[in-house]
Design a protein around this ligand. Structure first.
Ligand SMILES: [Zn+2]
Length: 253
């Protein structure tokens, strides 16, 4: 039996019998892990009660090495329940979007410090009660960071084929299937590229390493925000191989 204690965010919970839950956590030390919480609904459980989506806690659990049976929770101490996020529908939707990205992109069973800290920073940004107008920038910071941390960043400062840097301020063509910007000379007939102005490309580059907690202070013109939304939607569609179900930023950006 291996015993582990780690910080974790709850990504999905399923009832199990009358008294138990199976919860998929994103743990700091071992990525996504599914754990059974036996007797979690009984009074006085040392397991912190039933788990809510995105609860942040410190958990101790047991797992049998090499076994396919579920790990078992021993103890859980809740650090944050994110009360502000739960009071606003748009923030809760933004939280559900995080769950969808993590379930699709975070690996199982490996240490994921960067992804874990980024998710945590995003939740703190939501908990700071950002204005509805600044929420898109917080979401862009999440998306940009997730693409960087999972190694799916697209090349935006030069052509992926000939390495030529774009000159002048004109619209670039970015093709997620080819890995980024493709210049006129290197474009082919079968092209699924999207247009990006150089200002939008610069904004996307600056959001790659942006802490979501700083994003609320940034204001971007709506025309650029519109392009950024389309860019992240397309880049993540390519990575996840399916459209996201949670539409956190409706067409209104
Ligand atoms: Zn080229």
């Amino acid at each position: 039996m291996g015993r582990a204690t780690t910080e974790a965010l709850a990504l999905r919970r399923t009832p199990f019998g009358d008294t138990s839950q199976i919860v998929e956590f994103l743990t700091k030390d071992r990525g996504r892990v599914s754990i059974i919480l036996k007797g979690v609904h009984r009074p006085k459980a040392r397991k912190g009660g039933a788990v809510d989506l995105l609860d942040h806690s410190v958990i101790t659990y047991f797992s049998r090495r090499g076994s396919r049976s579920l790990a078992q929770l021993a103890e859980r101490r809740v650090l944050s329940h994110h009360p502000v996020m739960r009071r606003r529908t748009d923030l809760l939707l933004a939280g559900e979007y995080l769950v969808e990205l993590l379930r699709a992109l975070a690996p199982e069973g490996q240490r994921v410090l960067g992804i874990y800290h980024h998710a945590q920073a995003y939740l703190e940004a939501l908990e700071a009660n950002p204005s509805p107008e600044s929420l898109p920038c917080v979401v862009f910071a999440l998306q940009g960071g997730m693409l960087r941390l999972t190694g799916f960043e697209l090349v935006l400062d030069r052509c992926v084929s000939c390495d030529q840097r774009p000159s002048g301020r004109r619209t670039l063509r970015c093709d997620p299937e080819r890995g980024g910007v493709v210049c006129m000379a290197c474009r082919t007939g079968e092209d699924h590229s999207i247009g990006l102005t150089t200002s939008a490309a610069e904004a996307i580059l600056s959001f790659r390493s942006l802490d979501p907690r700083r994003a609320e202070e940034i204001s971007i013109p709506s025309e650029i925000a519109h392009q950024m939304k389309r860019y992240y939607d397309r880049a993540l569609l390519h990575v996840m191989e399916r459209p996201v179900r949670c539409h956190v930023l409706p067409g209104s950006v």
